[in-house]
Design a protein around this ligand. Structure first.
Ligand SMILES: NC(=O)c1ccc[n+]([C@@H]2O[C@H](COP(=O)([O-])OP(=O)(O)OC[C@H]3O[C@@H](n4cnc5c(N)ncnc54)[C@H](O)[C@@H]3O)[C@@H](O)[C@H]2O)c1
Length: 437
C-alpha cells in the first residue's frame, strides 16, 4: 500500500496519531477538537510551565474548559509534552507556533523555522505536515519544503505538506474551531486531499485551493481587510470629531443598508497577535520585490496614531474641567486588547497607560481577565471596579468593553468618562462629562 493510501485510511478510521506543535490560543483548541473526535493527540510545547499545567488538566485559553481537558487526559486521548522525540511516531503534525514581528517590524519567522526543523530532523516517510501559523506568502514552499527535502523526503509521495491558516477568534462563543470553514492548500493535489480529509473529520466545511501560497494569502487578505477597515473607521472618527457629529450614529445609520456595507468601529488602537502584525508580513514580502503595499502602510499609520489621539482626548477633557494630567487619578477600565479576552498582546493600553504615568497621572486599572499588567517595569495590580473605586477617579477611561463592567454605574458615578468603545449606553443617565470616539 502506498503512503497516501495508508495515511488516508488511518485518517478515516481515526487511528492516525496527531501532534500539534504549539499549545497556545490556536493549537490547544485544535488539539482538543481532534481528541474529542477520537484521535490520539499530543500537544507539544516548548514552554515547560504550559506543558505542566496542561498535563494536569489546566487550560489557559478561553475556548477550552479545564474539565474538558481533564476528561480527554483521563481517556488517554490527549497528552501534553515538551519532548519532540515523539514526532517520529506521528502520522500528522500541525504547526501552530507564534509569528510575531521583530523590533524592525520585519517578520520573526524563527519559531516556525525551529518547529519545522524539529519535525524535519525526525521525518518518517508517510507523514502529513501542515503549517497553520499566519505567515508571508511562500513560507510553506520556500522555507518548509527544502528542510524536508534535505532529509530525503519526496513531496507528494512520502511527504505531504500543506498550509491551512487558523482563523479562530479566541473567546467567540458563536464561532468555535468546528464552525469556521478551513482553507487548505497543499504542495500537490495529494497533499491537499490528505490535509482536507484530516480537517473534514472535525470541521464540516473545508475549502481547497490550488497552492499553499493561495491559502497563505487568503489569511493575510482577511486580516488586511479588517485592519484597513478599522483604520477607515478610526479616521472617520477623527473627521466626525472635527464636524461635531457622533461617529457611532453615522456608522449605525450606514449599517442599515442591507448590502454592500459592513460596519467597523473606531477604537483606542488595534491589538492582539493578528491584526496589527499580519499585514506587515505581507508588506515586508512585497517590499522584497520592490512593491510598496500602500493601503497596509496607511492603515498601520492611522491605527498606530490612535493611542495618542485617546491621550489628547483625555488631556483636553481634563483641561476643560480645570484639571492638569499631573496628579490626576485615572482608572482605566479594560487593558486587554478586546472585549471578553485576557489577551494583552500589542494592547494599546500599554502605550496609553505608560504615557499617562510618565506625564504624572496616577493610573490604576480594572480588568477581570488581567490580574496584573506590567508598565515600564512596574507590575500594576488590577483593582475591583466597585462604586467607591469609580467615584474616586477623576477620569474613567474605557479601553476594553468587557461585559463584566457595570456601565450603568460608570455612567451614574463617573465625573469624566472617556469611552473609546461606545459602551456607556444611556447618555441621559450620565452624571459627569462623557467623551466618545
Ligand atoms: N490567537 C489568535 O487569535 C490567532 C488566530 C488565528 C491565527 N493565529 C496565528 O496562529 C499562530 C499561533 O498563535 P497563538 O495565538 O496560538 O500563539 P500562542 O503564543 O498563544 O501559542 C504558541 C505556543 O507555541 C509554543 N512554541 C513556540 N515555539 C515552539 C516550538 N519550537 N516547539 C513547540 N512549541 C513552541 C509557545 O510556547 C506557545 O505555547 C500565529 O501564527 C498566529 O498569528 C492566531
Amino acid at each position: 500500500m502506498d503512503h497516501a493510501t495508508a495515511l488516508s485510511r488511518r485518517i478515516a478510521t481515526h487511528t492516525a496519531r496527531l501532534t500539534i506543535i504549539g499549545q497556545g490560543y490556536v493549537g490547544l483548541p485544535l488539539a482538543v477538537e481532534f481528541a474529542k473526535a477520537g484521535f490520539a493527540v499530543t500537544g507539544l510545547d516548548a514552554d515547560p510551565d504550559r506543558v505542566a499545567a496542561l498535563a494536569t488538566g489546566r487550560s489557559h485559553v478561553p475556548d477550552v474548559r479545564s474539565e474538558e481537558l481533564q476528561t480527554l487526559l483521563r481517556d488517554g486521548r490527549y497528552h501534553a509534552t515538551g519532548e519532540p522525540a515523539l514526532l517520529a511516531d506521528s502520522d500528522a503534525v500541525l504547526i501552530c507556533v507564534p509569528t510575531p514581528l521583530r523590533k524592525s517590524k520585519a517578520p520573526d519567522i524563527s519559531y516556525v523555522v525551529a518547529a519545522s526543523r524539529e519535525v524535519a530532523a525526525r521525518f518518517r516517510p508517510g507523514q502529513l505536515i501542515i503549517l497553520e501559523s499566519t505567515t508571508y506568502p511562500g513560507t510553506t514552499e520556500e522555507l518548509l519544503l527544502p528542510l524536508f527535502q534535505e532529509n530525503g523526503a519526496r513531496i507528494g509521495e512520502d511527504l505531504f505538506l500543506a498550509f491551512s491558516p487558523e482563523r479562530i477568534d479566541p473567546g467567540n462563543p458563536t464561532f468555535k474551531v468546528k464552525d469556521i470553514p478551513k482553507v487548505v492548500g497543499g504542495l500537490t493535489p495529494t497533499c491537499t486531499r490528505l490535509a482536507s480529509a484530516l480537517y473534514r473529520e472535525i470541521i464540516p466545511r473545508v475549502h481547497e485551493v490550488s497552492t499553499p501560497k493561495v491559502a497563505e494569502l487568503a489569511k493575510l487578505y482577511e486580516n488586511v481587510f479588517r485592519n484597513v477597515n478599522i483604520a477607515l473607521a478610526n479616521e472617520f472618527s477623527l473627521m466626525c470629531r472635527h464636524l461635531g457629529v457622533s461617529t457611532r450614529e453615522v456608522i449605525d445609520a450606514a449599517a442599515t443598508k442591507p448590502f454592500g456595507f459592513m460596519p467597523f468601529y473606531p477604537g483606542p488602537g488595534i491589538g492582539g497577535h493578528c491584526i496589527p502584525v499580519d499585514p506587515l508580513y505581507l508588506s515586508w514580502k512585497m517590499r522584497l520585490s520592490g512593491y510598496e503595499a500602500r493601503f497596509i502602510s496607511l492603515a498601520d499609520e492611522i491605527n498606530r496614531a490612535m493611542p495618542a489621539h485617546v491621550l489628547s482626548l483625555v488631556c483636553d477633557a481634563l483641561n476643560e474641567m480645570g484639571l492638569a494630567l499631573k496628579g490626576t487619578r485615572i482608572l482605566v477600565l479594560g487593558v486587554a486588547y478586546k472585549r471578553g479576552s485576557g489577551d494583552t498582546r500589542e494592547s494599546p493600553a500599554y502605550e496609553i497607560i505608560a504615557t499617562l504615568r510618565r506625564k504624572g497621572a496616577q493610573v490604576s486599572y480594572a480588568d477581570p481577565h488581567v490580574p496584573t499588567f506590567p508598565v515600564d517595569g512596574t507590575e500594576l495590580k488590577a483593582v475591583e471596579p466597585g462604586e467607591e473605586e469609580l467615584r474616586g477617579a477623576d477620569c474613567l477611561l474605557i479601553l476594553a468593553d468587557h461585559p463584566e463592567f457595570d456601565y450603568r454605574m460608570v455612567a451614574r458615578v463617573g465625573r469624566l468618562i472617556v469611552d473609546t468603545r461606545n459602551s456607556v449606553p444611556d447618555i441621559a443617565g450620565v452624571r459627569g462629562r462623557l467623551v466618545k470616539l
